[in-house]
Design a protein around this ligand. Structure first.
Ligand code: AMP
Length: 436
């Protein structure tokens, strides 16, 4: 199908998150009739496996894909599932071949069948004669799973030929793999070019991720408090800069706070510091001041004389940490200041832990922040988004994931979305079909 210039112009508007979410465009899964159709569904089944018997150790990603799978099956469609698993091309065997035993998606079939309650036919190739035949023979309500997309050289390069071969397997393309939507790969992006507007859509998970991200990026209810933590400023530079244009309060904790401390003339001992980002840290402080944003750094820290749970610890001002000591968690004053601000928020975004939460002696700051976010959501009616990465691990570990508004499944993808970047997997859905 060739799309008219006026439609293409309209499609251009879909590049904006707000438009994608607010428009009643035909990229909504509810607008496609799957009855009797074969859907090529890109999911994120890149799940952790037990090293000995390759069983799934955390099925969260599979569970989150179930609503879309069920929807298509209930409408009378059939499904060709595809996903990547691990990094097979980076971990080749000694003879240079792919370690198929380790990286095959077949490992996840028992878990998927358990959760879905229907048979899943496994195809030991991603594209080719066998895949074509199996796909062609699919009946209503049947599901097949293709082999790891990353067994193919063309996946990561976004190869059009590989993408076209994938597209040829199905009538409709559905992308529900938010975790890889920031990758310009064949199965996440290029493949969408081979379907017209009536035959491609986001899955329910991906759409939900976009909608929830939009709640914090588009006219958030105020006060809007963002909490950013984790190891490095360099990883979240763009996010911090962008947030300063949007938030009322920006809380910076974790290892990255010490680069700010040092840049402001503080003594940080052996704490994490990125010397080459100190100027940037100062620029962010200046920007916050100009914008009237309440930028909070941890005024005190739990410091330790080694990077170990057994190290000696004490509380110290974050700008007066002696040599031989390092800040591994926020201190008591900072805990109170941060949680008080969080409790009065109406919109909350949290990305990154407040300390080395993997070690019990330095997990308290992260735990208290998580509890304050849950409390603000429950009692204060705030909207809270846990925006990927280690803060998701922390909120799950604390058993609080059901007490916040939304927990994202995509670390890098959510970060890029919040940084204001266009995700290739999202953009491709708004574009017309290539003429082949
Ligand atoms: P990120 O992936 O950038 O969100 O960073 C998460 C990692 O930052 C976790 O593994 C934490 O242990 C680590 N982290 C948090 N606070 C500190 C700190 N004060 N010093 C060293 N590492 C930290």
């Amino acid at each position: 199908m060739i799309i008219s210039p006026s439609k293409l112009k309209l499609r251009g508007r879909f590049l904006f998150l707000q438009d994608i979410v607010e428009s009643n465009s035909n990229i909504n899964i509810m607008d496609i009739n799957f009855s009797g159709k074969r859907a090529l569904l890109r999911v994120d089944f890149n799940v952790p496996l037990n090293k000995e018997n390759f069983s799934v150790t955390d099925d969260t990603r599979i569970r989150r894909a179930l609503p879309t799978i069920t929807h298509i099956l209930e409408e009378g469609g059939s499904i060709i599932l595809m996903s990547h698993l691990g990094r097979p091309m980076k971990k080749l065997k000694e003879d240079g071949s792919i370690d198929k035993e380790k990286f095959t998606l077949k490992h996840i079939v028992p878990c998927l069948v358990d959760l879905l309650g229907v048979e899943v036919k496994f195809c030991d190739e991603t594209v080719g004669e066998k895949a074509t035949e199996m796909a062609a023979n699919l009946k209503r309500g049947q599901v097949m799973l293709l082999e790891n997309t990353r067994f193919n050289e063309g996946e990561k390069t976004g190869d059009p030929e590989f993408a076209q071969a994938l597209a040829a397997l199905a009538d409709v393309y559905v992308n529900d793999a938010f975790g890889t939507a920031h990758r310009e790969h064949a199965s996440t992006t290029t493949v969408a070019n081979y379907f017209d507007e009536e035959h491609k859509c986001f899955g329910e998970l991906l759409e939900n991720e976009l909608k929830n991200a939009a709640k914090v990026t588009n006219n958030p209810e105020r006060p809007f408090v963002a909490i950013v933590g984790g190891a490095k400023v360099s990883d979240k530079m763009l996010l911090l800069d962008r947030l300063l244009d949007q938030v009322d309060t920006l809380i910076v904790g974790g290892g990255m706070a010490y680069t700010f401390m040092k840049a402001q003339g503080g003594q940080i001992g052996n704490s994490l510091c990125e010397e080459d980002r100190m100027e940037l840290a100062n620029d962010l402080v200046t920007k916050a001041r100009k914008k009237g944003v309440n930028l909070l750094l941890p005024s005190d820290s739990v410091v330790a004389d080694g990077f170990s749970n057994d190290a000696n610890t004490r509380i110290a001002p974050s700008n007066m940490i002696e040599d031989g000591w390092m800040g591994l968690d926020i201190g008591v004053y900072a805990q109170n200041e941060f949680t008080n601000n969080i409790r009065s928020a109406k919109t909350i975004l949290w990305n990154g832990p407040m300390g080395v939460f993997e070690m019990s002696n330095f997990a308290n700051g992260t735990k208290l922040v998580a509890q304050a976010v849950a409390e603000a959501t429950k009692s204060g009616g705030a909207f809270s988004l846990i925006g990927g990465g280690d803060s998701v691990a922390a909120i799950n570990q604390l058993g609080l994931s059901k007490q916040v508004s939304y927990v994202s499944t995509g670390g890098g993808a959510m970060l890029e979305l919040l940084e204001g970047k266009e995700l290739p997997g999202v953009k491709a859905m708004g574009e017309g079909k290539l003429e082949s």
